[in-house]
Design a protein. Structure first.
Length: 107
């Protein structure tokens, strides 16, 4: 059974591919190590299945978007961390120590 895209397809877009891109696609289609890595990064079942080129390219897109999102989140967290001074952080810790634990009223 061929791997298919499980979500409804909004549109099909042509994708210009270079010779290097074609070579990479061939490697992805033939190498189980690359397929395992792509499966892990994209969340798409690829190994031990007949994979269409469009499904493979979609998995590569999903893996790439996942990496972009992680990078953007890390940038956001860095900006938040840069905005918190050491004094603010120390005050938050002091306040947290003074707060009664949520379980303290339990019997």
């Amino acid at each position: 059974m061929a791997t298919r895209i499980t979500s409804p397809v909004q549109r099909r877009t042509s994708l210009p591919l270079t010779e290097r891109n074609e070579s990479d696609i061939s490697i992805l289609l033939e190498s189980s190590a690359y397929q395992r890595a792509l499966e892990e990064l994209s969340g798409t079942k690829i190994i031990d299945q007949e994979v269409s080129t469009s499904a493979l390219l979609h998995a590569v897109f999903e893996a790439g978007m996942s990496a972009v999102k992680r990078s953007a989140e890390m940038e956001g967290y860095s900006q938040i961390a840069a905005g918190i001074s050491k004094a603010d952080l120390q005050q938050q810790r002091i306040d947290a120590r003074r707060r009664r634990p949520s379980w303290s009223a339990e019997e």
